[in-house]
Ligand binder design. Structure first.
Ligand SMILES: [Zn+2]
Length: 79
């Protein structure tokens, strides 16, 4: 399903297509391929411990937007 909205890394005001409410999206951060790449890079450069770091930093992950009213998935922002 293609979302009509462009999402950024921050909560976005949208009209939820599922419940029709005007809401500020709830964001869930998920590790994506970029997160894994950064982790591998950190592992090579600094050692094992730092390869866990990207998984703790939200800006290294993609942001999935959900409706806070009904919980519908609305779209994903990935850098
Ligand atoms: Zn909704």
């Amino acid at each position: 399903m293609q979302s009509p909205y462009m999402f950024g890394p921050d909560p976005t005001a949208v009209q939820c297509p599922a419940c029709g409410h005007r809401v500020l999206t709830r964001i869930v951060y998920r590790a994506n391929i970029m997160t894994h790449l950064i982790a591998v890079l950190c592992c090579f450069l600094t050692g094992f411990l730092c390869c866990l770091l990207p998984y703790c930093i939200d800006s290294c992950k993609e942001a999935q937007h959900y409706c806070p009213a009904c919980g519908a998935y609305l779209g994903t922002y990935s850098r």
